[in-house]
Design a protein around this ligand. Structure first.
Ligand code: FAD
Length: 391
């Protein structure tokens, strides 16, 4: 039987960040257990790599500010491209919401975010049909990163610092005695440990259940259409998002084939399908293509004229919580910690998450940022947060 101090279940970008931050603080006995044969088989390998500070709540904005700064200065190449995020509104109510958000974001410390009018929107994104657009916001420091590079950067440094990673190891249960974590059961045998971090993304609920915790994390399919245009995309095209429908598009980045789209003709587009039910199904649904193109038809004839690259379209899982905010920290079971429920923002918030978990585990609470509003007990207390700027 093996023994270790801290087990991290899940070797995606979040588990890797927790391992990195723990070992940067001097923790040595850290073991990541990953059921796949390699890292990146979960949502991290499906993410498109958007980063932004344009959120509605203070905690999400602060998580982003810390994380963006980290990604720029961490020393490993995250392929950060500050292309910007353009949100646009099609009625005055939405535009008021945008104005309030921008004002609040600036107050919290977001730089280079501005309210933009229709003319400015046309300059930033010349391929939009703007006839029904009333205004929007543009955050110039928002942009794109490579999720796999971040995950690898965290992992390599954590391993160098003494952490270990074990593949093809599926955790089936977290064992507790007298309200304390004592071990995890796996297909490779039992591993005694004092602390467990659940970093299993969309599969967090089932594993938390084995320790008697009902963790409100629901998996939901998210799909991306990947297409090629005969014409070059506008130079410096940012991420562009319709606040009303969530329809969005951006230039494509292939994190495996880096030469792809070097001629700037490939684009990703998608929208959050309100009819998508809770499920762990990751098969790409062909009917999504027609529905996305239908939305593109009105918003951008340029996008409507693109040709689908079917083999690059994909589906992955969001890990949603009831208030679309992460669940970070401990619970009544001593030694059990959560790094879950990112509701589609897990890559961009992975640096702040790892930092928070390392401080909570080693010091009892996070001091770099007060993350107590993200604790698990907010659900029992009825202290849910409110964020509508999610896509
Ligand atoms: C289409 C799409 C686009 C997205 N775009 C963005 C974006 O632009 N920006 C952004 O920030 N986020 C984005 N996301 C969300 C982001 O991908 C996730 O929030 C993030 O990857 C979560 O990381 P994770 O490490 O928690 O989970 P994962 O990457 O899913 O890792 C969890 C790991 O746990 C392992 N595991 C599960 N159960 C067990 C078990 N019992 N035992 C052992 N191992 C186990 C899995 O194999 C997996 O490797 C997107 C997601 C999708 C689907």
């Amino acid at each position: 039987m093996k023994k270790t101090e801290i087990v991290i279940i899940g070797g995606g970008v979040v588990g890797a960040s927790v391992a990195y931050h723990l070992t940067m603080r001097g923790a040595k006995d850290v073991l990541i257990l990953e059921r796949g044969t390699a890292q990146g088989s979960g949502s991290t390998g499906k993410a498109t790599g958007g980063v932004r500070a344009q959120f509605e709540t203070e905690i999400n904005i602060k998580m982003s500010l810390y994380s963006l700064d980290f990604l720029v200065n961490c020393g490993f190449d995250c392929a950060y491209e500050p292309r910007g995020y353009l949100f646009f509104a099609t009625d005055e109510k939405q535009f008021d919401y945008v104005r309030r958000n921008v004002e609040f974001q600036k107050k919290i410390g977001v730089k280079d975010v501005e309210v933009v009018d229709k003319k400015e929107i046309e300059k930033i994104c010349p391929i939009l049909n703007t006839e029904d657009i009333v205004g929007g916001s543009f955050g110039a420091n928002d942009g794109f990163v490579n999720p796999l590079a971040i995950m690898r950067g965290f992992t390599e440094q954590a391993l160098e610092n003494g952490a270990k990673i074990q593949f093809e190891t599926q955790v089936s249960a977290i064992e507790t005695e007298g309200g304390k974590v004592v071990a995890v059961a796996t297909n490779k045998g039992r591993i005694e440990c004092e602390k467990v971090v659940i970093a299993t993304g969309a599969w967090a609920r089932e594993i938390a259940n084995t320790a008697g915790i009902d963790l409100p994390v629901s998996p939901q399919k998210r799909q991306i259409v990947w297409a090629k245009s005969e014409k070059t995309l506008p130079e410096n095209l940012p991420m562009v998002i319709d606040i009303g429908s969530g329809f969005h598009f951006r230039p494509a980045r292939d994190f495996v084939d880096h030469a792809a789209n070097s001629d700037n003709t490939e684009v990703l587009f998608a929208y959050p399908d309100p009819d998508e039910r809770e499920s762990t199904d990751t098969d790409f649904d062909e009917s999504f293509i027609g529905r996305v193109y239908e939305k593109a038809k009105h918003r951008s004839p340029f996008l409507f004229d693109t040709k689908i690259i079917r083999e690059k379209c994909r589906a992955g899982l969001y890990e949603n919580t009831p208030d679309h905010h992460a669940i970070l920290g401990g619970c009544d079971v001593e030694g059990l910690y959560f790094a879950n429920g990112f509701s589609g923002h897990g890559v961009m918030h992975s640096p702040a998450t790892g930092k928070a978990l390392s401080e909570i585990i080693l010091d009892g609470k996070a001091s770099f940022l007060d993350v107590s509003c993200l604790s698990f007990d907010r659900f029992a207390k009825g202290e849910l947060l409110h964020e509508t700027a999610f896509i």
